[in-house]
Design a protein around this ligand. Structure first.
Ligand code: GDP
Length: 195
């Protein structure tokens, strides 16, 4: 996919701020530091539109990027920060739950999981949650360049097993460093948004 236009439209803190032009939407979920900003930047060929290394504790927002006037990426706050106070966690929890359960044009979710390690408990909880709401999910295994070719299948298997991946959901190795997996991921995004 050739991206000619990509802009951050709104960093929303409440539903009234979500875009209303009804383009198809794909949300992105993953624990903090999994490589979510790097993946967005790689997909849209920008160095730094999605900020990398967002710090814990700062305002958590749902960031909407409009791509080619064709679709939105909705970048959800990274999960799994131990240091975030319970009250703050509960507030995003409600916002994200409301979003995932009732957003009309949400076509699916990209869930990022670090290929180097087995899925965390938070990764499993998030995936269960997406399946509970019947959301088509593309699981992306990030930082694939850090795992040698020979060991990659074994690591993918660990992810598949660890989250009990639904056979209808794709699992794609991806590297923001090398661009590996980019075209395959766009293909899966188009499958969901053009369905
Ligand atoms: P986020 O918190 O999920 O948005 O994660 P970032 O995109 O900020 O990435 C966290 C760290 O992992 C940064 O130091 C990135 O440079 C690094 N990183 C992200 N993706 C990759 C990748 O595909 N390969 C490698 N080697 N490092 C990556």
């Amino acid at each position: 996919m050739k991206v000619t236009q990509a802009e951050l439209v709104i960093s929303a803190v409440k539903p009234a701020q979500y875009p209303t032009d009804a383009l198809p939407e794909i949300a992105l979920a993953g624990r903090s530091n999994v490589g979510k900003s790097s993946l967005i930047n790689r997909l849209i060929n920008r160095k730094n539109l999605a900020r990398t290394s967002s710090r814990p504790g700062k305002t958590q927002t749902l960031n909407f990027y409009r791509i080619n006037n064709q679709l939105y990426f909705a970048d959800m706050p990274g999960y799994g920060f131990a240091r975030v106070p319970q009250s703050v966690k509960a507030a995003w929890g409600r916002m994200i739950e409301g979003y995932l359960s009732s957003r009309e044009r949400l076509c699916g979710v990209i869930q990022l999981i670090d290929l180097r390690h087995p899925p965390t408990r938070d990764d499993r909880t998030m995936y269960d949650y997406l399946k509970h709401y019947d959301l088509p999910t593309i699981v992306v295994a990030t930082k694939a360049d850090k795992i040698t070719r020979g060991r990659r299948q074994q690591h993918l298997k660990e992810i598949r097993k660890g989250i009990e991946l639904d056979p209808s959901d794709p699992l794609l190795p991806f590297s923001s460093q090398t661009g590996q997996g980019k075209e395959e991921l766009w293909k899966e995004i188009r499958r969901l948004t053009e369905a």
